[in-house]
Design a protein around this ligand. Structure first.
Ligand SMILES: [Zn+2]
Length: 405
């Protein structure tokens, strides 16, 4: 959720569609059981829930009952998963804050940010080495509920590549930009073995405009502009499950019944790490939440559909094997229409056709019967060698105009 200007700087050109990538993901899907992968994007008149709107014809978005069946959107009683979106940018400052407070974090990284410069790529390695959880947030931060399936797959795979090429791992967890998700996007993720994460506390840190401006450029409800102190106050009220009518479009336990939102006793909080203002909010909220007695956990520890899942996909999963075999820069052949059986077998193991519907062997996220992958955090910083980190041989789509930070 953000005012349009907040993310204007992320409007880089869309990544190219790569037909064989789409063919691969479709080969993992069970289109008979779940045909959504072939449906059209949500109409542009429907924001997929980015403003808390109603569900569209093929699914719902954050804050609705449909979240319970698929997304990770809350934590068990007494648990708190802190998440930072839109980095890596000021990741070093965010990490220092977490270290000071003895808190762990999950970082949803934008692929084009990762490859922006060597410092950002180093932050990915730093996060990994520190044991924080690295997760996906698309390549360009577009609202994927409005994109074609081909485009969504490219957004995801370029995002994965940007991280895989630094740490040699494919993150399992993904947060859709603006938390806009529908059933088609859910099923694309499901086919790839990825798990969507939403949140139930929004700090509003990305909505603060300095100096404060009136809506629509800044949040202005009941005549007040959002400032750092008001963001902090709003967030503390949220942790206390205290309904705050000034910001009444975000989840509150008092809204159950009228919105279908769930009650919760544990939290996934949403922060950002792209501006000093956002870091200022975090500097107040992190100690507040920690000192309130909540146990600091990673988002995967709040995943009740795939409990005990690790941060990253198993190295032998079909998706990881596929990613491993992608060479950048792309060639003309990569852009050619794909025909025929795909791919013979990227993993050198069992056939893709007829395989389980997720890359890690779980039968169905929707039925909650996912298999357990290796338990624990899955972070073991010294257990692999970094592959092609920033060697100069890896090329990503042009980012076009520069982002504001
Ligand atoms: Zn974001």
């Amino acid at each position: 959720m953000a005012t349009p200007d907040t993310y204007a700087s992320y409007r880089v050109p869309e990544p190219p569609v790569v037909p064989k990538w789409t063919a691969f993901v479709k080969s993992l899907s069970n289109e008979t059981e779940y045909p959504w992968i072939n449906v059209a994007p949500s109409p542009s008149t429907n924001d997929g829930g980015a403003t808390g709107g109603a569900a569209n014809g093929v699914g719902a978005a954050w804050g609705t009952v449909a979240n319970a069946a698929t997304e990770v959107f809350s934590c068990p009683t007494g648990f708190w998963a802190l998440s930072f979106d839109d980095g890596p940018v000021l990741t070093d400052q965010a990490m220092a804050l977490l270290k000071t407070n003895g808190v762990v974090g999950t970082f949803f990284l934008i692929g084009s940010n990762v490859v922006n410069n060597a410092t950002h790529a180093k932050f990915v390695q730093d996060l990994y080495n520190a044991g924080h959880q690295i997760a996906l947030h698309t390549w360009t931060h577009r609202q994927i509920s409005l994109q074609s399936t081909d485009e969504v797959i490219s957004e995801l795979i370029f995002n994965i590549l940007s991280i895989y090429n630094v740490i040699g791992k494919v993150p399992r967890y993904f947060r859709p930009p603006y938390s806009a998700i529908d059933d088609r996007v859910r099923y694309i993720l499901h086919s790839m073995g990825l798990r969507p994460v939403i949140w139930n506390i929004e700090t509003l840190d990305a909505e603060i405009v300095t100096p404060p401006q009136q809506a629509p450029f800044g949040i202005d409800i009941a005549g007040q502009n959002l400032t750092v102190p008001l963001s902090i106050q709003h967030t503390e009220n949220s942790f206390n499950q205290k309904y705050d009518p000034r910001w009444n479009y975000f989840p509150s336990s008092t809204q159950i019944g009228t919105t279908g939102r769930y009650t919760y006793d544990g939290f996934i909080s949403l922060e950002h790490e792209t501006t000093n203002t956002e870091i200022q909010v975090a500097q107040a909220i992190v100690p507040f939440a920690f000192q309130s007695g909540l146990k600091s956990v990673y988002v995967n520890e709040c995943d009740q559909i795939l409990p005990n899942a690790s941060f990253y996909l198993d190295d032998n999963s079909l998706l990881v094997q596929f990613i491993k075999n992608i060479n950048l820069p792309l060639t003309d052949a990569d852009y050619a229409a794909f025909s025929g059986f795909f791919p013979a077998n990227p993993a050198g193991g069992s056939s893709i056709n007829g395989a389980p519907t997720t890359t890690d062997g779980s039968s169905s996220v929707f039925s909650g019967s996912g298999s357990k992958s290796s338990s624990g955090s899955g972070s073991s910083p010294t257990s692999f060698t970094t592959p092609t980190a920033n060697s100069g041989s890896v090329h990503y789509p042009s980012e076009g105009k520069k982002r504001k930070q």
